[in-house]
Ligand binder design. Structure first.
Ligand SMILES: Cc1cc2nc3c(=O)[nH]c(=O)nc-3n(C[C@H](O)[C@H](O)[C@H](O)COP(=O)(O)OP(=O)(O)OC[C@H]3O[C@@H](n4cnc5c(N)ncnc54)[C@H](O)[C@@H]3O)c2cc1C
Length: 468
């Protein structure tokens, strides 16, 4: 079937489809990542698994690929879509909670905030990330670093079942008993390498409150505060997970006092500990006399907005790297390139997520991303519009390059907002297995993922060695 007749057939099937030239095409192809100019052959908004299967079959028979996305938070890494149907799951929302079993089931288009609220109504919490509106599916199947991560591990490893439409257009439910190999691959290997995920089941945890908040200093304190946080972070108990940031706020009315027009250090995070224990853990940071300290016992559901991540579509982007350590020389380099005298243009001059703990240990029954092999996740972020986009990349790469000596080139792909070698996200043996499974379930390469695992992978890999 020709591309044109295949797409016409899809349209006749009743699925909401937008083609180039249609009035709604530009709106349909615009995602959360406003600066990413996606130009797909078509955009489809299926409402359920039956319609997802119709899109997959129609695309295959029209000779097109299928690129599933939730919100588009990682649309930066999607390649050329001129031969692909962008399959948007935003019409497929829905959440069910089994409080007794401590399980949630979400449909593919669900974002975190309503899930966090729904779970909290039962005294339960999910391993959500810092942003209330990232998609549950993209975040979770790519790994998922939450405020509870150092205690409870990656969100991908709390998934108990995945429903997906495969390359033949068949709906499959995979779990530890049914197709365990595919279940392993999809948890960390990212859904879109293996199909279009229509629903996810995952564990919830009995967490009603946390000791959480933020500590704030002027950016001029960067060397003193980062030196302390960097050594504190590696020795802190698993029950606390934090982030360290250098932020520059423009002097505009939309930014509330006391952040407006300021350059600040913000350490935020959450402790799963009693008040006395949490205060003991935080004491070395509080000793540095932050000008704002909001750490206190709070309902766990408030963590969804703790990090103040943007909830509207945003023209941002940046660079990132996994770091092994942050010795004093690395602190010097970070302050030089992202500190008060760096001249950086970035809103998020640098962020370091505290990893380790359960995030760094292989979890029993884990999927393809069993752990993150690094102590810190470095992230930069700025505007990606017009001329500013180049400066955002230059300033981001300056920070990443300055810290390259403390990175082995490995990546946590969820935070990679550019196309990188996806093998750098996995252990060598796991990478070979992922390629083999991709070949088995999608031999024609129908699906287009943000971080694509090519089929093949027959080559044996040496255990414990990193793929490259
Ligand atoms: C502001 C911000 C805050 C973030 N905070 C965190 C954080 O705290 N912790 C963390 O670990 N990560 C975080 N991330 C990274 C985030 O996990 C990734 O951007 C993730 O890809 C977002 O998933 P999404 O579905 O919203 O994005 P999308 O761009 O929609 O999806 C990303 C990819 O997931 C796959 N995918 C999505 N839906 C489906 C589906 N139904 N079937 C098959 N494949 C699918 C596709 O390959 C798609 O390209 C953050 C990112 C941003 C921009």
């Amino acid at each position: 079937m020709s591309t044109e007749s295949g797409l016409s057939a899809l349209r006749r099937s009743g699925v909401d489809v937008h083609l180039p030239g249609d009035d709604g095409y530009d709106r349909a192809r615009t995602t959360w990542a406003l600066a990413v100019d996606l130009r797909p052959a078509a955009v489809a908004f299926p409402r359920d698994a039956v319609e997802v299967a119709a899109v997959v079959r129609a695309a295959a028979s029209a000779g097109l690929r299928v690129a599933p996305v939730g919100t588009g938070h990682n649309a930066h890494a999607l390649g050329d879509l001129s031969g692909s149907v962008l399959l948007r799951t935003s019409a497929m929302t829905g959440l069910e909670i089994d409080a007794d079993a401590r399980r949630a089931r979400v449909r593919a288009g669900e974002v975190w905030h309503p899930v966090v609220q729904g779970a909290a109504a039962h005294g339960l919490a999910a391993l959500h990330g810092s942003s209330p509106d990232t998609g549950v599916v993209g975040y979770t199947l790519g790994g998922g670093v939450s405020w509870f991560g150092r205690e409870l591990g990656l969100a991908a490893n709390s998934v108990t079942a995945v429903e997906l439409v495969d390359a033949d257009g068949e709906l499959r439910r995979v779990d530890a008993e049914h197709d365990p190999e595919l279940f392993w691959a999809v948890r960390g290997g990212g859904g879109a390498n293996f199909g279009v995920v229509t629903a996810l089941d995952f564990a919830l945890y009995p967490i009603e409150t946390a000791y959480a908040g933020m500590l704030v200093w002027d950016l001029r304190e960067a060397h003193r505060v980062l030196s302390r946080w960097a050594s504190w972070a590696v020795d802190a108990p698993d029950g606390i997970t934090t982030s360290y940031r250098h932020l520059q706020f423009p002097p505009i009315p939309e930014i509330p006092e006391p952040f407006r027009g300021r350059r600040l250090i913000v350490i935020d995070g959450a402790a799963l500990a009693g008040d006395d224990e949490a205060e003991r853990i935080l004491a070395p940071l509080r000793e540095l006399r932050p000008e704002i300290d909001t750490f206190a016992r709070v309902p766990a559901a408030t963590l969804s907005r703790l990090h103040m991540d943007p909830e509207q579509p945003t023209p941002g982007g940046g660079r990132s790297a996994l770091l092994d350590e942050l010795p004093s020389e690395a602190v010097d380099r970070l302050v030089e390139t992202a500190g008060p005298d760096s001249g950086t243009s970035l809103f998020l001059a640098a962020e370091l997520r505290q990893l380790g703990g359960a995030l760094g240990r292989v979890q029993p029954g884990a999927g393809a991303l069993a752990r993150l092999d690094g102590q810190f996740q470095l992230i930069t972020g700025g505007m990606m519009l017009g001329e500013q986009a180049k400066q955002t990349i230059v300033d981001g790469e300056r920070v990443v390059d300055a810290l390259a000596s403390w990175s082995r080139g490995r990546q946590y792909l969820n935070f990679q907002e550019e196309q990188v070698d996806p093998a750098t996200g996995f252990e060598a043996t796991d990478w070979a297995a992922l390629r083999r499974i991709r070949e088995a379930v999608d031999p024609g390469g129908l699906f287009q993922a943000n971080h694509e695992i090519p089929g093949g992978g027959a080559a044996p890999a040496v255990t414990g060695e990193r793929a490259s």
